[in-house]
Ligand binder design. Structure first.
Ligand SMILES: [Zn+2]
Length: 69
């Protein structure tokens, strides 16, 4: 099981069509599209450890371009 970084609910990552995003090499899963939207809006708020100082080109001003679904 994975944990939804937004609401902290457990998400079964093996569910077909599970909602997920890739953020600096870390894969994150969401229980709902609402959580995914919240994450998209401010990813570093939800995964500060994996965001801060890790990607070689990490730049807070480019957060919206540094992750993909
Ligand atoms: Zn959620």
């Amino acid at each position: 099981m994975a944990t939804d970084p937004v609401c902290k609910k457990e998400v079964d990552e093996n569910t077909p069509n599970v909602l997920k995003a890739q953020f600096w090499g870390k894969r994150v899963y969401f229980c709902s599209n609402e959580c995914r939207i919240n994450f998209r809006r401010d990813p570093q708020k939800y995964v500060p450890d994996s965001a801060e100082g890790k990607g070689p080109e990490y730049d807070k001003t480019k957060t919206n371009e540094s992750w993909r679904v």
